[in-house]
Design a protein around this ligand. Structure first.
Ligand code: COA
Length: 206
């Protein structure tokens, strides 16, 4: 594979890199991230009104991986006194399993100054993060339903209970596969109970 180049957008801004090139890079990240954030409501608005201004006020950063002038992956980050978070972490499908994700997460850790940043991952994507997470001792702290969307639960890693997460359903288990297994068992039990209640109501109608 051709050479991977890493660019830290906050550093480029601070070193007075030509603003038009920085703007183009930010726009390319937005286009690429729309591929993964399609199901996150209002993502574009969040990106342009929160993530981009944060690049200029010192609270946020985006680190990108280029191959021959093409952005193939990026990690977008928040660093404040209250929160050190990976907001989005993405490598294009055709370029995966080439260590680009590993390099990006190393850079993210360097910038955030913690090996265990908060990150939330859709449950159906968790397996893609398992190796990276296990190497860094990342810990599942919750699995939350209806956090950003209603169809797929969000796994909270290295985190805490958020204020609007009403549906905490599991304690953390020791390993990611065990957590997923327990989550599935929980879901099935929940459906069985709902079904039993439904049958009971039907049988006792009138
Ligand atoms: C997670 C992700 C960033 C990993 O990127 P990547 O460039 O493939 O990562 P790497 O090549 O550095 O792989 C790191 C390790 O994970 C393993 N891995 C990568 N993809 C995997 C998969 N789909 N299943 C199992 N293991 C996987 C690799 O084999 C590697 O293991 P090793 O270090 O033992 O060799 C990428 O899969 C991705 O973008 N997924 C979608 C992300 C997403 O949904 N983001 C939104 C929420 S933030």
């Amino acid at each position: 594979m051709s050479k991977i180049e890493i660019h830290d957008i906050k550093e480029l801004i601070e070193s007075n890199y030509p603003p038009s090139i920085v703007k183009k890079m930010i726009n390319e990240v937005l286009i690429l991230s729309m591929q993964v954030k399609t199901d996150y409501p209002d993502y574009r608005n969040w990106f342009t009104t929160i993530q981009v201004p944060g690049l200029y006020d010192g609270t946020r950063n985006i680190i990108v991986a280029h191959i021959k002038d093409r952005i193939v992956g990026f990690v977008s980050l928040k660093k404040t006194a209250e929160e050190k978070k990976i907001c989005t972490f993405y490598v294009e499908k055709n370029f995966r399993k080439n260590k680009i994700g590993t390099i990006l997460v190393e850079k993210a850790i360097e910038y955030l100054e913690t090996e265990r940043p908060l990150i939330t991952i859709p449950l159906n994507k968790l397996h893609e993060f398992t190796k990276i997470g296990e190497k860094l001792n990342w810990e599942i702290t919750d699995i939350v339903e209806n956090l950003y969307r209603t169809d797929i639960p969000e796994v909270i890693v290295n985190g805490y209970q958020t204020q609007n997460s009403e549906n905490i359903i599991l304690p953390a288990y020791d390993s990611i596969p065990e957590t997923v297994k327990q989550y599935r068992i929980h879901r099935i039990k929940k459906y069985i109970n709902q079904l039993k209640n439904y049958i009971y109501r039907l049988e006792n109608k009138n």
